[in-house]
Design a protein around this ligand. Sequence first.
Ligand SMILES: [Zn+2]
Ligand SMILES: [Zn+2]
Length: 135
Amino acid sequence: MIIVPSMIRLTAQRQAILDMINTSERHWDADELARSLSDSGQSIGIATVYRGLATLEEAGLIESIQLADKKRYERADKAHHDHMICTACGSIEEFAHATIESLQLSVAAEKGFAVSGHQLVMFGLCRKCTQGEQK
Ligand SMILES: [Zn+2]
Ligand SMILES: [Zn+2]
């Protein structure tokens, strides 16, 4: 359960967007979110969805990952993790690896760089698509 800071007043539409993201494990892009909202009887124009996503992200209520072509959004209450994206089927796998995390900090420290966050995205083929290729 995410507690919305009192400074942020969410419109009904933004609340609907936030609820849709918070009640799923998905990594949503704006179009998928608009479609899913519409399917559940809450039609929100795509421009409003984009603005709502940007506002919710600014408020720290959702997180985004920047992919080559688009931004995807997910709930902000998960533990830190990075992503592997299948370029064939689009599936997104989450991972976290302590050694990778600490190596990134070492590299930054060597450069005198104060890290405030990071995103690591690996592109490639998921297990299912790799097996499909071998058949
Ligand atoms: Zn795949
Ligand atoms: Zn994720």
